[in-house]
Design a protein around this ligand. Structure first.
Ligand SMILES: [Zn+2]
Length: 212
């Protein structure tokens, strides 16, 4: 079996997302770049309760099959489009986490109102609508993330969330922080109009964090 370590890490990441409620049943998908040519990605149609390392699929950057007994995720075109066009991306997680998805349905980006937002490097944008399962969905996400500022993740209009990372743990933590940022923004809007951190305040927080 090719890329055993990567399979292990990917399954761990997807199960953590599942346990956190950021993906459910067989919604969402995760992948990791394992070489210049290959990715490991979750299969389509297998629920997380039953998923094992052998169920994960190896594909090339054009989505062609390399190894695996299942079909790769239906969102493969979105993943491959992002990997081919943003070379520093090493891992991608796509979730339908509920608070973030709620903002994606109304097309409202999530401003930086607490330190959660800083993990993404700026306000969490909303990508233009594109049909799920298409390359167009990948291009919409790229356009939204490129900003400026360049951010690590985006809401996908009427669909969910796409996050990128330098590795799987990084992508996992950004997926968690985006959902937390969306939840806090939602709760704050029930009480009043939250104050948005200014660029100067963000810069100051970053400097304080970097000092530690
Ligand atoms: Zn989806």
């Amino acid at each position: 079996m090719l890329y055993e370590e990567a399979r292990k890490a990917l399954l761990k990441c997807v199960l953590r997302l599942y346990q956190k409620g950021l993906v459910q049943l067989n919604s969402g998908n995760v992948s990791v770049r394992v070489s210049d040519e290959h990715l490991v990605i979750t299969p389509t149609g297998i629920s997380y309760d039953d998923m094992s390392e052998e169920d994960l699929v190896i594909i090339d950057l054009n989505g062609g099959p390399v190894e695996g007994k299942h079909k790769p995720s239906s969102e493969t075109p979105m993943h491959t489009t992002v990997y081919k066009n943003i070379h520093e991306v090493k891992a991608i997680a796509h979730t339908h986490s509920p608070f973030a998805l709620a903002f994606a349905t109304v097309g409202r980006s999530i401003p930086v109102i607490s330190t959660e937002g800083l993990a993404v490097r700026g306000p969490i944008p909303v990508a233009d609508y594109a049909c799920p399962g298409t390359e167009a969905q990948g291009w919409a996400a790229i356009k939204a993330m490129k900003g400026p500022p360049y951010v690590m993740g985006t809401l996908l209009k009427n669909h969910g969330v796409l996050v990128t990372g330098a590795n799987l743990s990084h992508a996992y933590s950004i997926a968690c922080r985006i959902e937390m940022a969306a939840k806090v923004f939602f709760l704050a809007l029930q009480i009043g109009e939250p104050d948005i951190l200014t660029d100067d305040q963000i810069k100051e927080i970053r400097t304080a964090y970097l000092r530690k």
